[in-house]
Design a protein around this ligand. Sequence first.
Ligand SMILES: *Cc1c(COP(=O)(O)O)cnc(C)c1O
Length: 407
Amino acid sequence: MEYAALAARFGTPLYVYDLDRVDAARRDLIEALPPGTELYYAVKANPHPELVRALRTGAGQPCRVEISSTGELDVIRQAGYSGADVLYTGPGKTDAEISAALAAGVRTFSVESPGDLTAVGARAAALGITAHCLLRVNSASASASTSIRMTGTPSQFGFDSETLPEVLPGLRDVPGAELAGLHFYPLSNARDEDSLIAEFRHTIGLAADLSARLDLPLRLLDIGGGFAAPYAVPGHRPRYEKLRTELEHTLDRDLPGWRDGAPRIAFESGRHLVGDAGTLLTRVVNVKVSRGRKYVIADAGINTLGGMSGLGRLLPVAVEAEADGERERASLVGPLCTPGDILGRDIQLPTLDRDDLVTIPNVGAYGPTASLLMFLGRPAPTEVVVRGDEVLSVSRLVHTREQSDPA
Ligand SMILES: *Cc1c(COP(=O)(O)O)cnc(C)c1O
């Protein structure tokens, strides 16, 4: 796909998502996992309906979906998923969203605390149905290292594994809620295949131990993810060559019924499935020098590529440009009136001028969805979905203010 032509046709800032790459990522990841296991797409990575749909349709095993809000529920229904395809997660599920999920046919919930389990059970019981609840476990220990660790420390996520035995009796007979298994999500973006394997081994061992020791029903075991992807820098998503064999070996040893679906084994992935499918095109609006330092001001800032800016992380952005030749040190910044609007501080950039097109690769995950879209009132970026050279859809998110009657 010719980026310059797309930018000329649809303007910038412009996200381009290629569904061929989404297909390839799904195929590669499913091949890297033991056959018969399930893969949940974490919709928060990119809730664009065409991408979410592409992960269900097409050749090969469809993904299921992991969601955590009524907005994501709307998206997956638009994309043709049924309630049976859903795992509903999150530490702060409101009564209204639990009811909406149940009404849409969702029956499987990951619950993160006694209060969360009670709330899910109460809404289900009120409808005369049963919610299947996975207890999310926050393991006291871990094995791999990662950039985003979500376990082993105090957290709003999950039940602490060391105190689960004490609280478990109170979780067994909650009306409307049936314990159906366990959910772990110990890490994101694993450093390498060995740390991913080590973490999965640890999780499988802990799950087998907890379910045997505490007599916990284990129909579904979701062992999370950690599948990596480059973010806003050039590079390729990793291929996992050993993972499948190592997982089969560990599962055969610790949970020998898994090949017959007892338990069913599930994985989750966001970034690895969609990260390399997305490219951001942004145009240089201005170039200036301040006290000897060069600033390249683009039309995309943290309102377009936020990099989870709320988390205070600086993007390690690296760019490709039309005039790729000499490189120089400069900061790539956005157009917003805040010194925090920096895509890359003092990075190596091509020599850029006003109107030059800049390409930021590997932003199919955590692009618009993780950006400060409304900050300073600029329009959201246009998002184009392509398959190879064919443009399938062009859209842009718009925010509207809904008035309520104050009386
Ligand atoms: C965010 C999240 C994911 C996806 O993480 P990636 O690093 O994008 O794969 C999966 N599961 C849960 C529970 C999450 O919170």
